[in-house]
Design a protein. Sequence first.
Length: 182
Amino acid sequence: MNTVSMAITAMQLEKPPMCWTPEPANSGGGQRTGLVGKESWAFMCPNDVRESTTGPVNRAATSGVVTVTANAINTGVLINHGDGDVQLCPGALLPFTPYTDAVDASPLSPASGTPSPTCGHRLAKSSIGQPQDVFKVSATSNWVVTWTATWPGGTMGGVAPTPLTSMYDRRVGELQVLVTPN
């Protein structure tokens, strides 16, 4: 089992590097606030897509006469939006559609607040009243590692689920509007 652990460690699997709209409250971009009723997008940050974040990853490790080959597949990203909604975004490489400013650039075309076609969530309630007035959002890559150990006297194998989680803060506010004649 030590050799299996060595093979899995050699994979250097990473937590999902998620990008979000609105940007997380704890991002370098400052205090962003989503609005109740608007869409939120989740996707792998394009600059962080690599073997160790999306897979598949194949590694081998040898210790003495035992050789272990391991294969890791990121089967999907489970997102807990912190507001009571949990969502599985399937597949890691996700054909997640990255958000671009062009999506919300115009109130006419495309429609403002367009939902993500691959991994989105409608912001349904305000985060006011939550600790620090934010929802604690988590994204968990569901890595499944299959391994085979061989030695002169035999072979054995197994599966090692390896979930890895990233945490984010999401601030969601409400916009009250009063429409009057004229």
